[in-house]
Design a protein around this ligand. Structure first.
Ligand SMILES: *Cc1c(COP(=O)(O)O)cnc(C)c1O
Length: 406
């Protein structure tokens, strides 16, 4: 049998562990629900009817496969062959729907009639509202009060699709508090409710399952880049919040050692400012939301507040498989600051006519660093995951640019 260099390819992580990371650190009452979910996932993940149904929705509803686009003008400007994997063209405006569709179909098979989800920027809440409406499942979304203020338009979009949005006023009133509330709801309503978690975080089986539903990004990219270039790319770059678009892009390439992999975290106003969300680059090990991974905490283990100009990267935890990939050195994790991200945002608008999500431009900004700091040149092929589109961000960008120009 072919032996993979990366040991978690096609291999079921024992007890949900990637090395020392992952696991199930949850209250007793949730163990049963996680077991039920894990069993259902294992039953259906290789089931031909289930896979065909998921493909049907990915192709006819979500708009897959998404294009791999060669940026000719920006390539010339940056001095590298730049391709974008266009997840911004997925229905709903981000890669989130890939996972939401998979989990909603699974929830239906499990006989659940109600979906709950957490959301930060609102993109995952929107994806959940979309599948709730299209499959006729009652949908309730938990969202921090502060995020509701920042992302009003996404709240309204969710409500238009029939979802109920619950404001969360506890803690820092952001994503981590919304996850706490969603977990609390799940504990109470576990019989008829599926918790549709939005990234490769949380207790097992979520990190594995969400990764598998996002693998489609990397599978398509590999086929498309071989078609376009006749060879594998030199580097792949993705932004990392919880890490789902990143692991989705990377997974098919983990065994291809000639492909350098870069996961980019939100450097905010710089690591020294303490206003960032650079969990892997500046955090330490601990348990958050049911999983053992890197996180941003103080000496007493209290979760630290985070900051990023990109609402979807503003999370104090990160997926356990990324923690494992960091320690083994297969993926290089680095940061891009708010200012660098905003500059890349403007570049993509002006050179390619594409309005990107603020999260995604963290990855794009790194393409320039590959040239400036890592010696890549105009023959090198770099694929950046454009995880989402930027309509949701124009107000933030307008404000930030006005600040800069003062
Ligand atoms: C949610 C989001 C992210 C961050 O989530 P990951 O799980 O790290 O992928 C990145 N980009 C966009 C557009 C998002 O909506």
């Amino acid at each position: 049998m072919h032996k993979h260099k990366y040991k978690y390819i096609g291999e079921y992580p024992k007890a949900g562990k990637f090395g020392e990371y992952g696991g199930q650190f949850v209250p007793e009452v949730l163990m049963h629900a996680l077991k039920e979910l894990e069993e259902a996932y294992i039953l259906y993940k290789d089931n031909e009817t289930f896979k065909a149904e998921l493909d049907y929705y990915l192709w006819t509803f979500a708009g897959r496969p998404t294009p791999l686009y060669f940026c000719s003008r920006l390539s010339a400007k940056l001095g590298v062959k730049l391709y974008l994997k266009r997840e911004d063209l997925v229905h709903g405006g981000a890669h989130k729907l890939n996972n939401a569709l998979g989990q909603a179909l699974l929830a239906k098979r499990m006989g659940k009639r109600r979906l709950i989800a957490e959301t930060g920027a609102g993109q995952h809440g929107l994806a959940t509202a979309i599948v709730g409406a299209s499959f006729g499942l009652q949908t309730e979304i938990y969202m921090g009060k502060e995020d509701i203020e920042r992302q009003r338009l996404n709240v309204f979009r969710m409500e238009l699709m029939g979802a109920e949005v619950h404001p969360v006023g506890s803690g820092s009133k952001t994503l981590k508090d919304a996850i706490n509330e969603a977990i609390r709801d799940w504990v109470t309503n576990v019989e008829d409710t599926h918790y549709l978690l939005g990234s490769v975080v949380g207790p097992h089986p979520y990190p594995m399952m969400v990764r598998d539903f996002q693998r489609v990004v990397g599978l398509e990219t590999k086929r498309q880049v071989l078609e376009a270039e006749g060879r594998l790319p030199d580097a792949l770059v993705a932004c990392v919040g919880g890490g789902s678009n990143g692991i989705g892009l990377f997974y098919e390439f983990l065994d291809d050692e000639e492909v350098a992999l870069y996961g980019i975290e939100a450097g905010g106003e710089g690591i020294a400012s303490n206003r960032h969300s650079a969990t892997l680059c500046a955090g330490s090990k601990g348990v958050l939301h049911g999983t053992y991974s890197y996180l941003l905490q103080d000496e007493d283990g209290q979760i630290l507040p985070t900051h990023s100009v990109a609402p979807g990267l503003d999370y104090s935890g990160v997926g356990p498989e990324h923690a494992f990939l960091k320690d083994m050195g297969r993926v290089t994790y680095d940061i891009v600051t708010d200012g660098e991200a905003l500059h890349a945002f403007e570049l993509l608008c002006q050179y390619e006519g594409i309005l990107p999500a603020l999260e995604s431009v963290h990855a794009l900004a790194y393409a320039k660093k590959l040239v400036d700091e890592r010696g890549m040149g105009k023959e090198d092929v770099v694929v950046v995951c454009l995880s989402g589109r930027g309509d949701k961000d124009v107000e933030i960008v307008e404000k930030a640019l006005n600040e800069q120009n003062k």
